[in-house]
Design a protein around this ligand. Structure first.
Ligand code: IMP
Ligand code: MG
Length: 191
């Protein structure tokens, strides 16, 4: 395929219906094959019944693909959602995390796989880990599609991570900017 003047593949950019130009950072094929590998990694580290807890809203697309990849492993996942909001300035969370919708299940004694779209400052995931630990869950593991390593404000590392992500605001594959772009099948950056 011919390269553009900047040395990029022409299809590395996408024109959204609203006129925005989005640079594709992780395309659908790369995400799909990484998720298959992630499911195998998770199945090596966990066993039996796992309560998969997607942290809404951004993780719903990733979680949907991840549990279908887990179907090919010996794990027996069940799913329960936790909806959290973190408040801050602009595009970065500021410290206060709030439960918008709680789990239906009692996590006591259960092995948990928290699933989030992106680990940024770490506040949201740290809050979720603390919450489930306080409720006496069994093992609490975490899986994020993207890790913005450079943005961390709280000392937390994911147990399973899809990709390291540059410290830029990304959209697509469930992630939004003002509720838009969740439907994109890839992860990209608005340019
Ligand atoms: P943290 O609490 O700062 O780690 O923020 C994590 C949450 O912020 C994620 O679950 C996302 O919902 C949101 N977030 C962080 N960075 C981005 C981004 O680049 N695009 C979209 N959402 C983001
Ligand atoms: Mg989120």
């Amino acid at each position: 395929m011919p390269k553009t003047g900047e040395g990029r593949q022409p299809d590395a950019f996408y024109s959204a219906a609203g006129g925005e130009r989005i640079e594709v950072l992780f395309d659908a094929a790369a995400i799909g094959s990484r998720i298959e590998a992630l499911a195998r990694e998770i199945a090596e580290g966990m066993s039996g019944d796992v309560l998969v807890v997607p942290i809404l809203t951004g993780s719903f697309v990733f979680a949907a693909d991840l549990i279908r990849a887990l179907q090919k492993t010996p794990l027996t996942p069940v799913v329960d959602f936790l909806s959290l909001a973190s408040y801050g300035t602009g595009n970065r969370s500021g410290g206060r995390v709030e439960i918008l919708r709680d789990l239906e299940a009692d996590p006591r004694g259960q092995d948990i796989l928290l699933v989030d779209d992106i680990l940024d400052t770490g506040r949201t995931l740290a809050y979720a880990v603390d919450l489930l630990t306080a409720r006496q869950a069994g093992r609490v593991a975490s899986c994020v599609l993207l890790d913005k390593v450079a943005a961390r404000a709280v000392a937390i590392e994911p147990d399973y991570c899809g990709f390291e992500c540059p410290d830029v605001f990304v959209v697509g594959y469930g992630m939004d900017l003002a509720h838009r772009f969740r439907e994109l099948p890839f992860v990209g950056r608005i340019v």
